[in-house]
Design a protein around this ligand. Structure first.
Ligand SMILES: O=C(O)c1ccccc1NCC(=O)[C@H](O)[C@H](O)COP(=O)(O)O
Length: 207
């Protein structure tokens, strides 16, 4: 059985980053989108990244950010990958000399395969729930039967995952990785250490 990777998104503190890393998360996500309750600035992000042990991937999440803002963030913070969570075109995502992936928000009627196929430079495609007016981090799941089996890029499953449903999600969707934020929080922006550990254990099949 393939190993499924875990990303804990929306980390806002050193404490939560260390909990995620010690739990066995493969990656953490830092939200550089000011309207989000999980937004971090570069000073917070640098402290979080500095506290991480080796081999934990740091992902910077942007929503329709300018090239200038992304470049300034990359100059200030050691980010390993970029996650584009807005309406960025394939050209908008290229040119940073970093691996990147694109989030697509799924609702009935969207042709996921065709949409994903536009992002040939992406290291992966993240599928999240569509909620009108909210770009992400909604805590809402979507109908996993809408996910095509034959995407050309690795699939990161997101949207409303939690320790209670992640094993079912993995069994049904067989993603490359899973991404969680709200399902392991005490409140928006603050992780629940026990739920983070439980989530990672279940993804790894340790329970
Ligand atoms: O977390 C946010 O506030 C956020 C804001 C704008 C765009 C994306 C955002 N978060 C993305 C994620 O945390 C995850 O990649 C994904 O959407 C899962 O979130 P959740 O449903 O809360 O597990």
């Amino acid at each position: 059985m393939a190993i499924v990777r875990t990303k804990i998104c929306g980390i806002t503190s050193v404490e939560d980053a260390v909990v995620a890393a010690e739990a066995g998360a493969d990656a953490i996500g830092l939200v550089f989108y000011r309207p989000s309750p999980r937004a971090v600035d570069v000073r917070q992000a640098r402290a979080i990244v500095a506290a991480l042990p080796p081999f934990v991937t740091t992902v910077g999440l942007f929503v329709n950010a300018s090239r200038c803002e992304i470049n300034e963030t990359l100059d200030a913070v050691r980010l390993d990958m970029l996650q584009f969570h807005g309406d960025e075109s394939p050209a908008d995502c290229d040119g940073y000399h970093k691996p990147w992936y694109k989030a697509l928000r799924v609702k009935p009627g969207i042709d996921v395969r065709a949409h994903a196929g536009e992002y040939q430079g992406a290291s992966a495609i993240l599928l999240d729930s569509y909620v009108a007016g909210v770009p992400g981090g909604t805590g809402e799941s979507f109908d996993w039967s809408l996910i095509p089996r034959d995407l050309s890029q690795p699939l990161v499953l997101a949207g409303g995952l939690n320790p209670e449903n992640v094993e079912r999600a993995i069994a049904q969707v067989k993603p490359y990785a899973v991404d969680v934020s709200g399902g392991v929080e005490v409140r928006k922006g603050v992780k629940d250490a026990d739920r983070v550990r439980d989530f990672v254990r279940r993804v790894r099949g340790w329970v």
